[in-house]
Design a binder for this molecule. Structure first.
Ligand SMILES: Nc1ncnc2c1ncn2[C@@H]1O[C@H](COP(=O)(O)OP(=O)(O)OP(=O)(O)O)[C@@H](O)[C@H]1O
Ligand SMILES: [Mg+2]
Length: 258
């Protein structure tokens, strides 16, 4: 009899998509027999178990969809090494609240100071907070938009990049853009403006954006939209990549590039 009820419970759990509890039903039941929790505690325990399993699965899926190039977290980031970073702002951004308001994040800084690291870490935090995220480098984003334009599929491609709640664009300005490509970027920014957040990392200062975009008008139209509702992180400091080499005395003590 108990076996029949147990099989029925398992079936109903599966129907209700409570797979984590269904899977661990025997363990849960024998633990309850041992500890004899109150009905309320028992209910709380199984619901917590299912909720946590679902959240874990959702985060794992969101991280896969985001296409982060590496695993980087805020816990791994050494803020002491980069004292110019506004730690409080980073912590605030990690809550993902800026995404609810479709606000942007602009990260400026020379090579190796941790822009990509922080962009990935904040992207992961956004996924954990329940937002859809996509990570792209500016080069691959613009190549995809240019290709789509040639193939007559630009609208679809812009719609694809407009969809995630947070679009991370890494390494903007590392290569100067053709005017036509710059215009494609403007179209995407314009489409996302006040609808979805962008997190952009760049090694160029704002004054150099005219050169990056090959056109002052496009640069200022992009900047105007991106900066309107935005948080700016300026990172000034030494390259983390070179710190070990510096320690080993391979390089002088002056700031060094790649
Ligand atoms: N403060 C830090 N604490 C821990 N690791 C760091 C820190 N800063 C950078 N790193 C690590 O150093 C490496 C280089 O950092 P990252 O790629 O984020 O630099 P970047 O600013 O994006 O440079 P680039 O402009 O060349 O792309 C990465 O492996 C990153 O995880
Ligand atoms: Mg980088």
């Amino acid at each position: 009899m108990t076996e029949i009820v147990r099989a029925g419970v398992e079936e109903r759990l599966m129907k209700l998509r409570l797979g984590a509890v269904a899977q661990r039903l025997d363990g849960i039941l024998s633990q309850a027999a041992r500890t004899e929790p109150t009905f309320l505690d028992f209910l709380d325990q199984i619901l917590t178990e299912e909720t946590e399993a679902k959240q874990k699965k959702r985060v794992a899926m969101g991280i896969q969809i985001a296409h982060f190039p590496a695993v980087k977290t805020l816990e791994e980031f050494d803020f002491k090494f980069q004292p110019s970073i506004d730690h409080k702002l980073v912590r605030e951004l990690a809550t993902g609240r800026f995404i609810a308001g479709a606000e942007n994040v602009l990260m400026f800084g020379p090579p190796g100071v941790g822009k990509t690291h922080l962009a990935i870490a904040l992207g992961r935090a956004a996924v954990e907070a329940g937002h859809s995220v996509l990570f792209v480098t500016a080069t691959s984003l613009l190549a995809a938009l240019s290709r789509a334009q040639v193939e007559g599929k630009l609208a679809d491609q812009i719609a694809f990049y407009a969809k995630p709640k947070l679009l991370v664009v890494d390494e903007l300005g590392y290569l100067p853009l053709e005017k036509q490509t710059a215009h494609l970027f403007f179209q995407l920014v314009s489409r996302r403006y006040e609808r979805g957040s962008m997190l952009i990392t760049t090694n160029q200062t704002i004054t150099q954006w005219g050169h990056v975009f090959g056109d002052e008008m496009i640069a200022s139209a992009v900047l105007d939209r991106v900066l309107h509702h935005s948080h700016v992180l300026v990172i000034q400091g030494d390259s983390f990549r070179l710190r070990q080499k510096k320690r080993a005395g391979l390089l002088g003590s002056n700031k060094t590039n790649h």
